[in-house]
Design a protein around this ligand. Sequence first.
Ligand SMILES: Cc1ncc(COP(=O)(O)O)c(C=O)c1O
Length: 418
Amino acid sequence: MQYQPDRIFAIELDKTDPLASYRSRFYIPKQPNGEDVIYFAGNSLGLQPKTVREYVEQELKDWETLAVEGHMHAKNPWLPYHEFLTEQTAKIVGANPNEVVNMNALTVNLHLMMVSFYRPNANRNKILIEAKAFPSDHYAVQSQIRFHGFDPNTSLVEMNPREGETIIRIEDIEEYLENEGDSIALVMFAGVNYYTGQAFEMERITNAAHEKGCFAGFDLAHAAGNLIMNLHDWNVDFAVWCTYKYLNGGPGAIAGCFVHEKHVTDDSIPKFLGWWGGDKKTRFLMEHKFKPIPTVESWQLSNSPILQLASLKASLDIFDEAGMKALREKSEKLTGYLEYLIKQRNSGLIEIITPKDKSQRGCQLSLRTKAEGKKLYQKLIDSGVVCDWREPDVIRIAPVPLYNTFSDVYNFVEILFR
Ligand SMILES: Cc1ncc(COP(=O)(O)O)c(C=O)c1O
């Protein structure tokens, strides 16, 4: 796409944007002067769809009037409520419906997945993760290694970028696995690194891991609702994600989980059990014979938090309507436009550390600040931009195709270089 540097061009792009009307389906926070903020923090917490209230109120109403009967007789019965989100969730990550479930929170699901897919022995006990993984992932992995009686100092391997580089090269991951894969039990990468915004090539990582007999799992916190993914076809073993970022499920929203269908009925895989993972027909006989649901639902422990599912459902309905393909097309344009405008104006104030190649990034650009550092971030905040600062020197900017405009991007760059 040929971008142009003037404001008229941004206005034209907004006018011809086929997804433009979706912005009005979200609440946009206001500045003290009454104008909309420029919200570029959808990679941290997505905005509230205006329909959330209605979805949640329906469940409050049914709880009010039906109480326990709501499990069977609510407008959307609570017993199978999580199933109402399955197809849409499967589309978001490129899975079959029997491979996805919404449950728990991200780090909880990561632990549950490691119970099943990190089964170390004396020869193969390492976990390979990307350097600078999100702290919670790092702690989860460290604690699993210790739990199995191994030492994170030797069993936790971090894949670093080359000296002087910020982005981890796929060929380095492949080469490492080729040479060392026999000692690795699990390869666990982010879909998109939270700090650099690098999108990892999940299919190639999975293939390289499988070549050496390792499991491959992904944390899709920054990828779900952002990238087009085909977890099933890529043969990924498991994935986990939160839904409060690009998926707009609300603060602390319920998380997602994927297990490849080749594993879902494999009884030899150890897992932690709870009654909600057991056969739906016999669950209420209250016997102590666990018969797993023959889908990823067998990893469920507890009955589902309906209010959280309702809130997420409101957003998934919007995703379904807009479609990931169209969203991704706009996202590439929007982030490409941000990159273009910054490069046009750049006076050495900022370095974009996110890959230039759009197949290696999602919405987010990570801007490494040079001289001005946090002062620059403060200027943005004071001027009505909502974004975040990540130590030591990065401002993360995530234009989101569902509700951000090309004018948001233009206005942001004007403020940045003012
Ligand atoms: C990449 C990544 N992993 C893990 C987490 C932790 O998620 P939770 O607190 O939902 O377990 C986050 C939260 O922002 C994240 O960005």
